[in-house]
Design a protein around this ligand. Structure first.
Ligand code: CIR
Length: 254
């Protein structure tokens, strides 16, 4: 089987200063965050993923949310340019690691903005959230980069959540799942299904029959187990306090 790698980045000491946009600020327990992050990384490895630790960016409180500074497709790493200027310092270490791994590098350039958390690929389509972090110019540039892979790009308005993937992700069969109260346009997806919990909107596909989910969504985990999926859960409460979810703590390279 080809190597499956996932990029991860250890939380830094400033984690508690991370941005919050749609929820109130809550105290973050740093020790608990580190132990949750270690368990998250272990869950990836147990499922057969090799984890590659990107050098820390300790001046950037949100650097642990490594999904946001890059979109990787095939052998191309597209360095994003966050709509939150505080997050732009996260890119350098990600670029260095991906160069070392042999990836070609492209960039979202000014005036474009884009966060990886806004990019949901389902089959040959990349749905891209148009909202606080990602603008139309960023989506257009991403579309140009993805075209060589035969991927078409479709913008989806995001107003009620931080990122598109804060609101929806996709099951291995392509069904987009979300938490209805924060999904602006469920009709944008050919197949959409609401889940009973906010954290139930987020799945990492570890294998075609194996999902990683947050422990905060037990009803959804049971529902998906009932559909035949194996579901591994991890407690990521300290990251959820910063509007993070299971998807944003790693970048799966395939
Ligand atoms: N892709 C994601 O959902 N990333 C979560 C980023 C959370 C971070 N506190 C932020 O506001 O940028």
């Amino acid at each position: 089987m080809p190597v499956r790698r996932a990029l991860i980045r250890r939380p830094g000491l400033l984690l508690a200063d991370g941005l919050v946009t749609h929820i109130d600020k809550q105290p973050v327990d740093l020790d608990r965050a580190l132990s949750q992050w270690l368990s998250y990384a272990e869950a990836l490895r147990c499922a057969g993923w090799e984890t590659v630790e990107v050098p820390p960016a300790d001046d950037c409180p949100d650097a642990v949310f490594i999904e946001d500074p890059v979109v990787v497709q095939g052998d191309l790493a597209i360095l994003a340019r966050s709509g939150a200027p505080e997050r732009r310092g996260e890119s350098a270490g990600v670029e260095a690691t991906l160069r070392d791994l042999g990836y070609r590098i492209a960039r979202i350039e000014e005036p474009g903005t884009l966060d990886g958390g806004d990019v949901l690929r389902v089959g040959g389509t990349a749905y891209v959230g148009l909202g606080g972090r990602t603008n139309g110019a960023g989506i257009q540039q991403l579309a140009n980069h993805l075209r060589e892979f035969g991927i078409r790009t479709q913008a989806v308005t995001v107003e009620r959540a931080l990122h598109l993937k804060s609101a929806v992700t996709a099951l291995p069969d392509g069904t987009v799942i979300g938490w209805d109260p924060v999904v602006d346009w469920p009709g944008a997806f050919p197949a959409y299904e609401g889940m009973p919990e906010e954290g139930g909107a987020h799945v990492v596909i570890l294998d075609p029959d194996h999902l990683l989910m947050a422990a905060s969504a037990p009803q959804t985990a049971d529902l998906l187990r009932g559909r035949g999926y194996r579901v591994t859960t991890v407690d990521i409460s300290e990251f959820e306090k910063l509007e993070g979810c299971v998807t944003c703590l790693s970048v799966r390279l395939r």
